[in-house]
Design a protein around this ligand. Sequence first.
Ligand code: GLA
Length: 395
Amino acid sequence: MKTAENLIRDFQHTFHTKKIPRMFFAPGRINLIGEHTDYNGGHVFPASISYGTYSLGAKRDDQKLRFYSMNFPKIGIIECDLKNLEFQEKHDWANYPKGIFLYLIEAGFDISTGADILYYGNIPNGAGLSSSASIELVTGVLVEGLYEKEINRLELIKLGQKVENRYIAVNSGIMDQFAVGMGKQNHAILLNCDTLEYNYAPLHLADHVIMIMNTNKERKLADSKYNERRAECEAALHDLQNKLEIHSLGELTPEQFEENKQAITNSTNQRRAKHVVYENARTLEAFNQLQQENLDAFAKLLNESHLSLRDDYEVTGRELDTITETAWEVDGVLGARMVGAGFGGCAIAIIEKDKTEEAKEYINAVYQEKLGYEATFYTATIGDGAKEIMKGAKR
Ligand code: GLA
């Protein structure tokens, strides 16, 4: 873990400058429940975590943007001009901040001079904890701070999603950017992805914690499979629209789904839609149970969510199933499920605080025996959304 002083020194060293940069942070996120519902107009229930991305920046006098990530030192400084911010394969991770700059400029924000920006992230790469949304949002708040702009938070969140969808070409929903942009310490956010109405729910976990279990399997196939699932849901919706006046799967209750499911001609698509409808109902139920501090009932819904993602939506895979199902066996674990897009990445478990060490050891031993490599474990602390954390000396 780097301190602010370390990072400032890294910034000055990297960019050969004595300027004191300003410092910003955006978290990663977990999702308690409500998976693959966001792009179907359903509900999600994410929370922002204390792991995330730091960015340190100082304005320049010319029009150059220079990006450097402490996480990808071999790539070195990536340089581009404010006048040419088109996506470029060779710019690798820096396409995320470039996309944010481009769309902010297109949205009318006057950004006429460049900047030197250093990034440092402590979210494990490819873990499905939204490192990309974190980079997008931290760049957004950096632009706000450095260029003294007021950017409506929801506008920034939507702009981050637009970078994923149009600039990077991953057809993802709004959950990640929303959680990263709107997170609140010790709270989860129930978000209606159709209307974007939201409610904060205090995370009263009594003597329990949320343990993050990283399969250390990178989500390689994730993007193509993700777009495939989206298309399957769209086909299911299209079939249902022959019978019902709906504009998203998120509008259906499980009862309405059961009455009308025969309209979905393809059986695979029917299972995909079933997951979405029941997962949406589970998410609302989970919110209520958590509000009433019924942790057992809440955690049971997490287990059901995993089963549905495994059997009907088919986005788990051997690694996530092994880690989650092993967690279910452990004394002190109330519930566990995969998180995010799936096909690798992380799962979460609600576990008695005093039992975490033993649990990690056991789960890791079983995981290593079955998969041949280790898993990694973290305790999630729920922190705030994207913000400035340190103002540098004014130039
Ligand atoms: C990824 C996407 C989100 C959401 C989840 C699945 O994290 O970026 O928009 O669809 O997968 O719930």
